[in-house]
Design a protein around this ligand. Structure first.
Ligand code: ADP
Length: 858
């Protein structure tokens, strides 16, 4: 509905009751007005009736006075006449004396002595009066001696002498009309005095023609029974009137005044009309004002609507001043709201941008971390998983999820613990952090870690359960591998201890034997052989350990050169021949005559092949078959070592090149290694840009190890045969060597060995003495221990390098440590070579031979 309609309705709502009450009030006013007229009417009737009553009473008093007059008693009628005339104050009233026969004796209307006639029916009326015995008024009658209609008040008089008379006061109609006029009634009213028969004694309108005439029958009827009242009535003239009447006391006369109905109603209608007019004007004004103000309000509201619309479009509303204060206030409020909205909008946009950025980042994080997410509204029904989570459970992206799907896809062994974890999280507020395997219908498994928590409403009822899933299969693998590696390491350490203790036992026995007995030369030689062999074995183990450590850490230094691979194979075969023979293996090395080359460290290449051959020998039962073949293609050389030994179980095959990895150790196994051989092979081969592979069909089915090395071509095949250094001990190649070691035994032993090799050796256990003597000794080579008190090997080497006499000497470091950093420290201090204790005499002798060949020219 439109506002204007509302306003009109509102006006109507106000005006209709006002009009209704007003109408009621007008009605009451009209009634009151009428009542007031009726009251006036009634008062006038009362007044007139009192006047008539007073007049009648006055006339009655006069009659009584005359009745007791002495003139009557003395029947002096003339004197009585005079007396009566004197008592009369009006021409419309006169006194009459009648005898019992009805004969007029005196009549003050006429001069005394004028002959008077007897009034009609005088005798009967006198008889009646006498019977009645007191004063009585008459009906309208023709007056005695006149043709005029009059009324009388008659009093019976009985004299002392028994004579009886009747005294009359006669009233003409005018007498009462004069009386009525003194009451000053309204002009349009008609007043009348009625006798007991309802005939007019007097009437203010049409007096002459209406006197003696009966009033309207209804009136006549009412005044017979009612002494006063008010009735609607019609006058003799036919005018509709309200008629008030009242009986005059002690008479059967009635005073009546008729007021025209129209006049009374007109008066009261007038008030109603004025009030109604005012009301009408009010209604018109109200409606007009409603329309005008409604129009203004509508216009203001339309402007406010436009402003609100602008607000909706986030523009500050344009201000248009209205003449309605509230609307102006509304504009101001809208304008403020516009500004706030604009600010809020800016911050919302910023927050939205940030939220979207954060959301994207979160999504990126979820995607890149490959996080599964789950959302379960509670109580349980449908469950929502993202695609990653579905993948974690081997489900495709479109799958619908519920709790049964969840548990179905959990490995049966993990279902119960997971259920307990979920229930604890949902019902006991605990953090949900579970690990379980999911399982695909075809039996594949994944390890999943799930983290989450439940959320509760104000009454502590769980409403949802959300969280994430992570595929931890790889971690689990790594964990398992770490566990396995750790176990292998422990086994390795135990084994290492065992392996090192093995050679110590014969050494300890040999030492005891040498101390206790007086050994003969043969015994000493045998004991020495044992010690030498065991020490060599120990040194071999330690070398392997150090090698592995250096090689796997990438700190090994390869002396690379062009190497004929056949030489490598020949050397390897030679070295492993004793093992093959001891186990009675049929060992065959198939080689073509063509020379094939690689770039590499010959010693290390031999170490690689020896390792494979030793393993083949070791892990093949006696009388086995071992075959080494060499193949070549344009780019690569392939060395295959094949045996028909114990073979490799599948579980070991993948990690056979891992550190410490070993097959099952059986008590009957000969000198088992430390599980270092193959990792060493792998690392060394890779340092030569090659690769190693194993093939075995399983336990007991033999193995094939293949080494691939990049092939090298010689530019000139004539120079392909590398010339071995020839150690010619017959030539004068001895060197002057100074050994400095605070361990006197070790120094002496080394000196003895070097002297055996034909060198001239000087020993110093004190580095300061050694330095002091160095300038004179003119040694070619200084072999210095590193760990010495007072001055360590590094310091001594520096001092030697700084002295002119020894600056060109060849300096060899002896250290228990062979790490890269140790070698680097030695080189930095000025050493030429770094040897690890116990010094391998073979290596040292070869080094010294090379030095002597160069004839001290270094
Ligand atoms: P080690 O021989 O000291 O145990 P390796 O690293 O040389 O250590 O070898 C690792 C493991 O590989 C061995 O313990 C053995 O179980 C297995 N293995 C190596 N070579 C062979 C082979 N030719 N035949 C069967 N098993 C072998």
């Amino acid at each position: 509905m439109r506002l204007r309609t509302y306003l009109v309705l509102m006006s109507a709502a106000i005006l209709i009751p006002v009009i209704a009450f007003h109408a009621a009030a007008l009605n009451m006013l009209e009634d009151a007005e009428r009542e007031s007229t009726f009251k006036q009417l009634d008062e006038k009737v009362h007044t007139i009736s009192l006047l008539v009553e007073r007049e009648l009473s006055g006339a009655d008093t006069t009659l009584r006075i005359l009745a007791s007059s002495r003139y009557l008693r003395s029947e002096n009628f003339q004197a009585l006449y005079e007396q009566a005339k004197l008592a009369n104050n009006s021409t419309n009233k006169w006194f009459v004396l009648l005898d019992m026969e009805g004969q007029q004796l005196i009549n003050t209307r006429f001069a005394y002595g004028t002959p008077l006639v007897s009034p009609p029916q005088a005798k009967e009326r006198i008889q009646k009066l006498m019977t009645y015995g007191k004063s009585a008024v008459s009906e309208v009658v023709y007056g005695p001696g006149t043709d005029k209609l009059v009324t009388t008040l008659a009093t019976p008089v009985t004299l002392e002498n028994g004579k009886r008379y009747v005294l009359l006061a006669v009233f003409s109609a005018n007498y009462f009309i004069d009386l009525i006029e003194t009451a000053d009634i309204s002009n349009d009213w008609v007043a009348g005095l009625l006798d007991g028969q309802g005939k007019f004694i007097a009437r203010t309108l049409d007096t002459d023609s209406t006197i003696g005439k009966p009033t309207m029958p209804r009136m006549k009827e009412i005044i017979r029974t009612e002494t006063k009242g008010m009735i609607p009535h019609q006058t003799l003239e036919g005018v509709a009137s309200y008629n008030s009447f009242r009986r005059i006391a002690n008479t059967n006369w009635t005073v009546s005044i008729a007021a025209p109905k129209q006049a009374i109603d007109a008066a009261s209608n007038q008030a109603a009309r004025i009030a109604g007019l005012g009301m009408g004007v009010g209604v018109i004004f109200a409606t007009l004002l409603a329309l005008v103000f409604g129009g203004r309000i509508v216009r203001a509201i339309k402007l406010a609507k436009t402003a609100a619309g602008q607000l909706g479009h986030r523009t500050k509303p344009a201000f248009e001043k209205s003449n309605i204060t509230e609307v102006n206030e509304l504009y101001t409020a809208l304008s403020d709201a516009g500004e706030q909205l604009s600010r809020a909008n800016d911050s919302r946009l910023l927050a939205e941008a940030r939220a979207s950025e954060a959301g994207e980042l979160l999504q990126l994080a979820v995607d890149s971390a490959e996080l599964g997410t789950f959302y379960c509204p509670l109580p349980l029904g449908k469950i929502y998983w993202n695609a990653t989570c579905k993948r974690h459970f081997f489900l495709d992206d479109e799958s619908e999820i519920d709790i049964s799907v969840f548990y179905d896809r959990i490995h049966p062994d993990d279902r119960e613990p997971t259920r307990i974890a979920v229930e604890a999280a949902v019902f006991h507020h605990s953090e949900y952090d579970a690990e379980y395997r999911t399982i695909s219908p075809d039996g594949r498994t994944r390890w999943i870690r799930a983290k989450g928590r439940a959320y509760y409403d104000l009454e502590d009822r769980p409403i949802r359960f959300d969280g994430i899933t992570i595929d931890i299969s790889r971690n689990k693998e790594v964990e398992a591998r770490l566990e396995r590696d750790s176990r292998q390491k422990d086994e390795f350490l135990a084994m290492l201890a065992h392996e090192l203790r093995n050679p110590l036992a014969p050494i300890a026995s040999a030492a005891s034997l040498l101390r206790l007995s007086t050994p003969d030369t043969a015994k000493v030689t045998k004991t020495s052989d044992i010690i030498t062999r065991q020490v060599k074995h120990m040194a071999g183990l330690l070398d392997d350990l150090l090698d592995v450590s250096r090689v796997t850490k990438g700190i090994i230094k390869l002396n690379k050169d062009v190497v004929d691979i056949k030489k490598v194979i020949a050397a390897s075969v030679e070295q492993t021949q004793p093992l093959m023979q001891s186990k009675n293996h049929a060992f065959l090395a198939e080689l073509d005559s063509e020379s094939l080359y690689v770039i590499g460290d010959e010693k290390r290449l031999i170490q690689i092949v020896v390792n494979l051959l030793v393993n083949a020998g070791k892990y093949t039962n006696n009388n086995g078959h071992i075959k080494l073949t060499l193949e070549a293609d344009a780019d690569n050389l392939l060395i295959n070592v094949k045996d028909d030994g114990i073979g490799i179980p599948p579980h070991l095959k993948d990690r056979i090149f891992d550190l410490f990895a070993q097959g099952e150790r059986t008590p009957d196994r000969q000198l088992g290694g430390l599980g270092l051989g193959l990792p060493l092979v792998k690392s060394l081969v890779e340092h030569h840009n090659g690769s190693v592979h194993v093939f075995s069909e399983g336990s007991g089915l033999g193995s094939v190890f293949t080494i691939r090395l990049p092939r090298h071509y010689l530019p000139d095949q004539s120079t392909n045969d590398a010339q071995d250094i020839v150690i010619d001990r017959s030539t004068e190649t001895f060197l002057k060597i100074t050994v400095v070691d605070d361990n006197s035994d070790a120094a002496q032993m080394l000196a003895m060995l070097l002297e055996e090799l034909g060198h001239e050796v000087q020993v110093d256990t004190n580095p300061f003495n050694a330095l002091a003597r160095s300038t004179d000794s003119r040694s070619d080579v200084f072999i210095l221990d590193i760990g010495m008190p007072g001055m360590d090997g590094y310091q001594l080497a520096r001092r030697l390098r700084s002295q002119k006499e020894t600056s060109n000497a060849y300096l060899i470091a002896m250290s228990g440590y062979g790490q890269n950093t140790d070698v680097e420290s030695s080189m930095a201090a000025g050493f030429n070579h770094h040897l690890i204790k116990p010094v391998d005499i073979q290596t040292l002798s070869m080094l010294l031979e090379k030095l002597s060949l160069k004839n001290k020219d270094f």
